[in-house]
Structures are given as C-alpha cells and as structure tokens.
Design a protein around this ligand. Structure first.
Ligand SMILES: [Zn+2]
Ligand SMILES: [Zn+2]
Length: 481
C-alpha cells in the first residue's frame, strides 16, 4: 500500500519547503523535489494532490483525560469518541493521563487505562501516569513503568487536597525517584491548600457563580507553586520538570528564570489560556460560565492586581511571547470534557462543585494555526509546538512528530485557503452538549489526515476505524540538560 502526497509544501521546525512525500505501508519512505516521484506515481495505490496546501506531521496532544473520574462524574469522551474527535482536528497521537489515587495500586490504575483504550482508538496513544498517592509502593512502580512499560512521565498535583494532592515531602521523594531513572515530572502547579481556603471564604460570602472559580485561584498562587516545584526539582538533582497548563504571566516568569539558569524546566500552555478571557467566558451571566471552568483557570484580560513582576501585556500577551521565546515549549489541550446537563450542572449554586475541564482535543491545531494568521507565531513554530516538540519531549521522536524517511506516516494535509467554523451545529465531534469555542471561525482547515499510512479523515468524512490506534511505548525525553 503506497501513497504519494504531491505538490504540497512540507512544514518542519526549520522551514516550509515544496516537497513530495512517498509513503509505503505505515511509514514515510522518501521526500523528493516536486515531481521527483512521477515514476512511482503510476504504481501508487493512493495519490493525494496537496497543491496550494501544507503537509505537516500529525498533531500530538500530550495532555488529555478521556473518561477521567472527577467530581462525582466522568469526563464525557471515551477513548473511542475522543480519539476520533482528535483525528477530526489533525491530531494523530494523544498521551492520556492514567490515574492512581492515594491508597490505589499504580499497576491497577494503569491496567484500567489500557482496558479503556485498547481496541477503541482511531489514532495512536500513549500514557503518562498520575501519581496521586506517593508512597514506597508507588515510587517503586514509577521506576518499573519507566524501564518496562514505556511510561517515562509522571504527573503530580500541588492542588486538589484530598483527591490528587501531594505535599512537598511527597513531591521531593517522587522527584528523586524520577531523577534516578531519567523520568519526567509533570506538575499541576497551583497552591491547593491556599485555594481551598479562598474557596470556602467565597462560598461563605454567598459568591457561588462560576466566575468565582477564577477569583479564588489567583495567578500568584500558580506562580508560587511553579516556583516551589522548580526549587524542589533542583534539590532533587535537577530532575526534568514540566509544568502543565500554564495560564499566567507571573508563573511563566518563574519558568523563564529557571531556564535562564540552565535548569531542566519546561512548560506547556493550552488554547483556552491563549485565546479566552475570564470576562468573556466564566464571567457570563447566570450559570453559562460553567462551560469554561477548568484548572488552572481562564484568567482576566488584565494581570491580576497582585501580579508579581510586570510584563505589561496581560496574561495572554505574555503566553504568546513565551511560546515564541520557547519558555513555553508545547501546546496541549488538557482535554477534559463535561456536558452542561447532569455534569457541569452539579455545580449550580456552588462553583466549587462544577467538574473542572474544557473539551478541546479537536481544535488545538486549528486554534494555534489562528495564532499564525494573527501574527503571534510562525508556521514552523506552529508545527514545533504542536507536533515535533511533544514527540521529542516525551520520547516518541523520530517515530512521531516529523515528516522524514522512517517515521510513522502520521500526516496532515492542511488547507490554508478555506475556513473552519467551530460550533455544536458546525464542526464539533467531541461527546459534549456544547462547545467552549462556539462560533469561532478559523482561517484554515484540516483537509486530509493519515494515521500510520491509513487515511482517517478526507473530504469532510471520518473514514478511520475504532481499534486502528495502537499503544505507543515511550522513551526518555530528548531535552535534558
Ligand atoms: Zn492539572
Ligand atoms: Zn489535566
């Protein structure tokens, strides 16, 4: 089964070059100047004409939560619906968060995640392991998972006391273990102990609307936790540390300073922090703001009044700048969808009971391409932050994340000459009863998507199949200092 993608412009981290791409079976076998494979074209099983279009590596979303149990309910996308929605958006690999909570066994948590995903995915998938209960047993498991299970990254929480929270001593121990085996620590950096006090005080004052979700998680508490995580990672032997879902300029300052000092510190942000504001989303009247309740929260268009260190552009401007400067290495989605009905509505009259999460796995490539159109980043940087760096950061390169001979044929043909309208009655394939991006129009469109040589999206049709996606065991990060 051979495929030729001809007449397109291939985007890599280093340039945009007119090249034809030859695929044999599941792998890319050659790139050539336009027309170079004219001889092979006749024998090719499939020819895709990408004239006027871009050819990019399939997107990699390294932060998703399919079927996550949270707040008395479950994230509404299964691996089947969520991985299909990802494919619709030009994402061909997800790395989901397997869960272990205090008192639970890590191996059982991981086995449960394999059960959920196995045979159900439209695209390839890997796992990070959440360690919600750091103890002797889970520390031993971290080492085993890194060496034998292809899981080289572990997520810890400085937020959610009583659910996923680890104290500083537990964090230090987990970091020391990761340092021993070369694994990455991923951190949800918010001071959850202080946040819980602010939440209780707000509720006692009768402040129950969704917007108080953001007011009770002010950005200095994200910056403080980010700083503390960086200090602990240094003490633990410069263990690689990756701050997830960064939302605030003051937290970004901490990462920038650490990187300036040569530390193994990295960070990601998500489309909601780059494009949405508290005023336009959470702050809507009534309960509608619940659609945008996620943690870290969507922030004010201005810096918080007690923001430490002024960059002067608001949080969003800071984050776009951070993406350009590589202070932010990756854009993921933190895809964690909940419907309004029966799920978000659990928090009517109490914002703290609204399940935390936004569904976005379908729209990351689109929303970041809009950043290119808006002049915030280059085409090369779009591919770097959404496709190539995720593969390199989490040990999947060069199998994933690049269009090169020998790499998996995970390829997206992107049409810059047409538009995408996002919305529940427009483009929307996630299992949710609303869209956080309702009415957004993107200057560009996913044209064709291939996963390991198989076309899964073409001509506005899903032509893939459940079970095509395979588990991707991962190695260590390539970015260690
Ligand atoms: Zn988190
Ligand atoms: Zn998350």
């Amino acid at each position: 089964m051979t495929t030729l993608i001809k007449n397109g412009k291939v985007i890599s981290t280093t340039g945009v070059i007119a090249q034809d791409v030859l695929i044999d079976g599941e792998a890319i076998v050659a790139l050539g100047a336009p027309g170079y494979f004219a001889g092979a074209e006749q024998g090719a099983d499939t020819v895709i004409d990408a004239a006027g279009k871009y050819v990019i590596p399939g997107g990699i979303d390294v932060h998703t939560h399919m079927e996550l149990p949270f707040g008395g309910t479950f994230a509404s996308d299964t691996f089947e619906t969520g991985s299909r929605a990802a494919a619709w958006g030009g994402t061909t690999t997800i790395v989901d968060m397997a869960v272990q909570r205090a008192g639970e066994n890590v191996f059982e948590g991981l086995a449960e995640w394999h059960r959920k995903a196995d045979g159900n995915c439209a695209i390839d998938y890997g796992f990070h392991q959440i360690i919600g209960g750091v103890d002797d047993e889970s520390l031993k498991a971290m080492k085993y998972l890194t060496e034998h299970e292809g899981i080289s990254s572990f997520k810890l929480f400085m937020a959610y006391p009583g659910v996923f929270y680890s104290d500083d001593g537990q964090i230090l121990r987990a970091m020391q273990t990761a340092a021993d085996c070369g694994a990455m620590i991923m951190m949800h950096a918010e001071n959850g102990i202080a946040i819980d006090v602010l939440v209780q005080q707000a509720l006692a004052r009768g402040e129950t609307d969704p917007r108080y979700h953001s007011y009770t998680r002010p950005s200095p508490l994200e910056a403080e936790a980010t700083h503390r995580a960086i200090v602990l990672s240094h003490v633990a032997g410069n263990v690689p540390l990756y701050i997830v879902h960064m939302s605030a300029g003051d937290a970004l300052n901490e990462v920038a300073a650490a990187r300036h000092h040569g530390r193994n510190v990295f960070a990601e942000t998500c489309p909601q922090y780059l494009w949405l504001t508290l005023e336009e989303t959470l702050g809507r009247p009534g309960f509608e703001g619940a659609k945008w309740v996620c943690s870290t929260p969507v922030r004010s268009k201005d810096h918080d009044p007690d923001y430490i260190g002024q960059m002067g552009h608001g949080h969003q401007g800071d984050l776009w700048k951070g993406l350009r400067m590589n202070e932010l290495a990756i854009v993921s989605t933190d895809h964690c969808p909940f419907c309004m009905k029966d799920q978000k509505e659990l928090g009517i009259g109490n914002f703290a009971a609204i399940p935390n999460g936004i569904g976005g796995v379908e729209h990351r490539m689109e929303l970041l391409y809009q950043g290119v159109v808006a002049g915030e980043m280059s085409l090369e940087r779009w591919v770097e932050t959404c496709c190539t760096t995720p593969a390199r950061m989490f040990g999947m390169y060069p199998k994933k994340g690049v269009i090169a001979p020998g790499s998996d044929a995970d390829v997206v043909v992107w049409d810059p000459n047409t538009k995408t309208k996002i919305g529940i009655n427009d483009k929307h394939h996630m299992n949710m009863d609303h869209s956080a991006w309702e009415g957004w129009v993107i200057d560009g469109k996913v044209d064709t998507v291939m996963s390991r040589g198989t076309v899964v999206i073409e001509a506005d049709q899903y032509v893939g199949r459940k079970g095509h996606g395979r588990y991707v065991p991962r190695g260590l990060s390539q970015y260690l200092v």
